[in-house]
Design a protein around this ligand. Structure first.
Ligand SMILES: [Zn+2]
Length: 170
């Protein structure tokens, strides 16, 4: 795999954008399925894509199968450890409290997201409307939060889902 970046700072943003594009691609593929939700996630390690997953709640009939949980499980399996420190997770929508807690437990350095929890709550998903910032503040998590990455593209996902899958709310 080609390294997407070296170092930190401004270049780091390009890595986040690359990770987000991988997450968006997974969500887009999911949209084409009758049982797919409009969510994808990607875990980056050392500037490379380590794991990509889509939301499979309806496909697996498992309410915990959010994209972030799938990506964490895959990344942990690939690294052979529960400790995902040194990783970043890119999520098309701000992780829900369940996923944020899993991200914290995994020791992931940063969560990067496009649209906000409030955006999907408006579509009717039964989101617990607690933002990542609030979770971090109240819980005292060290996870860094990077909001609004490729937000326009992530909003498109929600718009397309609304157009094609209205009524498949969970
Ligand atoms: Zn979640």
């Amino acid at each position: 795999m080609v390294p997407l970046y070296q170092g930190r700072g401004l270049v780091e943003t390009e890595t986040d954008a690359a990770g987000m594009r991988a997450a968006i691609t997974a969500a887009r593929q999911n949209l084409r399925r009758p049982d797919g939700g409009p969510f994808g996630a990607c875990i980056l390690k050392d500037g490379r894509v380590l794991a990509v997953a889509r939301n499979t709640v309806l496909a697996r009939r498992d309410p915990t199968c959010h994209a972030e949980i799938g990506a964490i499980r895959l990344a942990a399996r690939r690294l052979g450890t529960h400790d995902l420190s040194g990783c970043r997770i890119c999520s098309t929508t701000e992780p829900c409290p369940m996923c944020f807690a899993a991200i914290h437990w995994a020791g992931i350095d940063a969560v990067v997201y496009g649209t906000r929890i409030a955006d999907v709550a408006r579509l009717g998903f039964r989101e617990l409307t607690i933002s990542n910032r609030a979770m971090k503040r109240i819980g005292g998590s060290a996870v860094r939060i990077v909001p609004g990455v490729l937000r326009v593209e992530c909003r498109e996902l929600l718009r397309d889902w609304e157009r094609w899958h209205r009524g498949r709310i969970y």
